[in-house]
Design a binder for this molecule. Structure first.
Ligand SMILES: [Zn+2]
Ligand SMILES: [Zn+2]
Length: 238
């Protein structure tokens, strides 16, 4: 066990406090990561406020973790000390069910282990990325390319994959039109990813009765005429 610095909410709705937590000793397939950046996801706020039900306290939020490997277990083959890596919203799963074997660990029938506010397979409470270090099995660690700064990479571990996955699932790309409802944290990432994939993208406000008469849309397009141009317009006619 190693004692590391962290920020934790001691109770529901309580402000985060600087504290220390214990990280497990590196096991055979574990990677110890020096955390450089951790994104702030709205899920962190929901969970600290117990907005989605009873939570586990003290809670160290953070599931958009970017850092550098500082130690590896003897069985680790994917990473070495010094590698730039990230961890998203889960740190383990059963690895035996149909979904796990299909690479869909997030749909593990026995329940994936979340990065924080969860109980690991070893019975220990998981703590997230608002800390100086984290220990994670190499199979739940991703590599961050050298050309991507760690601070920019961190939000991709949740907001990024949450929007990238459906865009890939539904084939967003040249010749396709994508509408993003709500230009918030995930929304703006979704606009950028859909645009980078080559789709024509329109971002609009959520439709409410109060706003439904005229809801200006943010439009971008990969067409030569308006490539890289974002405009406020009543439609996505660009
Ligand atoms: Zn998140
Ligand atoms: Zn499983």
């Amino acid at each position: 066990m190693t004692t590391v610095a962290a920020y934790a909410a001691p109770a529901a709705n309580a402000p985060l406090e600087r504290t220390t937590i214990e990280r497990r000793a590196v096991r055979e397939f574990d990677v110890l990561i020096d955390i450089k950046f951790a994104g702030i996801c709205h899920t962190d706020i929901h969970l600290v406020r117990e907005g989605w039900g009873q939570a586990i306290f003290p809670m160290v939020p953070g599931h958009e973790i970017a850092g550098v490997v500082s130690e590896v277990g003897p069985g680790v083959t994917k990473y070495k000390v010094g590698d730039r890596v990230g961890v998203g919203c889960m740190v383990d799963s059963c690895r035996e069910c149909e979904n796990c074997k299909a690479g869909q660990e997030q749909h593990c029938v026995r329940g994936a282990v979340q990065t924080y506010n969860a109980i690991g397979k070893d019975g220990e409470i998981t703590y997230g990325g608002y800390a100086t270090h984290v220990v994670v099995d190499e199979n739940f660690v991703v590599r961050i390319p050298d050309g991507l700064s760690l601070d920019a990479a961190a939000p991709l571990l949740c907001a990024g994959i949450t929007t990238y996955a459906p865009l890939r699932q539904w084939g967003a790309g040249p010749g396709k039109k994508v509408a993003v409802v709500g230009l918030g944290g995930l929304g703006h990432v979704g606009v950028k990813i859909a645009h980078a994939l080559g789709a024509e993208v329109t971002a609009t406000r959520p439709v409410t009765r109060r706003r439904s008469r005229s809801s200006p849309a943010l439009s971008t397009s990969s067409s030569p005429r308006c490539r890289r141009r974002w405009t406020w317009a009543p439609t996505s006619a660009c």
